[in-house]
Design a protein around this ligand. Structure first.
Ligand SMILES: O=C(O)CCC(=O)C(=O)O
Ligand SMILES: [Fe+2]
Length: 348
């Protein structure tokens, strides 16, 4: 649960703390130490880029990217580049504002983890190592959850920009779910219908410069627990995805949008497509900003493998789950790599 302590990461960074406070020190095996893995090899691998305007090849490219990586960039996606700049600009203006202004929109500690607003801690348990990150989480869909009065009022255009961005990301996520369904020979509307009414959250993350970046993580290793995440970042870099046991940097690609497959997609596709494990590393010099848009099922939705993807040769991999139960267990245990989805594995 969010409590009065610890302070916002940005306040620590602005105060110029020379050493990382102990709560932020990762155990050695989880640190972003490049000597743990063959950097030369990982630098030669890069995330696929899918051109959404190339109708003839898009589905094949998406199939390969989903099966091999669980993540890919999309270009020619139809979202105006000016809107991507506007949401990044709105986020930056918020985080650069005085702390007293920001705290007017702080998460409500009484409502537990992952409440809407300005926060710093993702998990409810107090003993986990903390991320070197502050964020603002917006509840944007369904429209009944969307209340712009809970979002910053002191950045001109902020609320309108978030609403426009939310609508554009919904349309893009649904277009991608169609393509992903088709890439598995499912009816185009399959995944969207299996998810039900879309729940969307938009999280703007701000990673302050870190006094000892080798000891900390901006965001610990995790897979996202919903269906699909659309992520944009600024030009600093710091996102990494885990592929074949190696952490592969995902450098920002101007105007591209990163698509991250999440755990419910792995369950619905019966493991044919993987949810990608990822993390954010920090650096000593530059603040970094990212905007993640999560597309999730309603909490009451039952998520199960598409029957068309289950056969004698390819038996059901994960037990059916009520999405709300999945989310509660994630918040109780923390991300721990991918172990949350592994608790649903069916022994073959
Ligand atoms: O900041 C990033 O690049 C990653 C953010 C992320 O993975 C998340 O919010 O789930
Ligand atoms: Fe994530």
């Amino acid at each position: 649960m969010e409590t009065a302590a610890p302070p916002r990461v940005q306040a620590l960074a602005d105060a110029g703390v020379p050493h990382l406070p102990t709560q932020y020190i990762q155990p050695p095996d989880l640190r972003a130490d490049p000597s743990h893995w063959p950097r030369s090899l990982s630098l030669s691998l890069s995330l696929p880029v899918v051109d959404l305007s190339a109708a003839a090849t898009t589905t094949d490219a998406v199939r390969r990217a989903c099966a091999d990586w669980g993540a890919f960039h999309v270009v020619n996606h139809g979202v105006p580049p000016g809107l991507l700049d506007a949401i990044r600009g709105a986020g930056l203006a918020f985080f650069r504002a005085p702390m007293a202004e920001k705290l007017r929109f702080g998460c409500d500690p009484a409502r537990g983890a992952a409440t809407e607003g300005y926060g710093s801690r993702m998990l409810a348990n107090d003993d986990s190592v903390l991320d070197w990150r502050d964020y603002f989480d917006h509840h944007t869909l369904p429209e009944s959850r969307r209340d712009p009065a809970r979002w910053p009022d002191f950045v001109p255009g902020y609320r309108d920009t978030v609403v426009e961005y939310s609508n554009n990301m919904k349309a893009l996520a649904e277009r991608l779910l169609c393509i992903i369904s088709e890439s598995l020979n499912l009816p185009p509307s399959y995944l969207q219908e299996a998810v039900g009414e879309a729940y969307q959250n938009i999280t703007i993350s701000y990673y302050s410069p870190c006094p000892q970046p080798d000891l900390a993580l901006g965001l610990q290793s995790h897979s996202d627990f919903g269906v699909i995440t659309l992520l944009i970042q600024d030009d600093v870099g710091g996102l990494e995805v885990l592929k074949d046991g190696m952490w592969i940097p995902v450098p920002p690609l101007p105007d591209a949008i990163l698509v991250i497959l999440s755990d419910q997609t792995e369950i619905m596709t019966n493991g044919k497509y993987k949810s990608v494990v990822h993390r954010a590393v920090v650096n000593a010099k530059h603040a970094r900003l990212s905007v993640a848009t999560f597309y999730d099922p309603p909490k009451s939705q039952k998520i199960c493998a598409a029957p068309q993807l289950v056969s004698k040769d390819y038996p059901q991999k994960y037990r059916d789950v009520i999405y709300g139960d999945y989310v509660s267990s994630w918040y109780k245990k923390g991300p721990e790599g991918k172990r949350n989805i592994d608790t649903l594995l069916i022994e073959q």
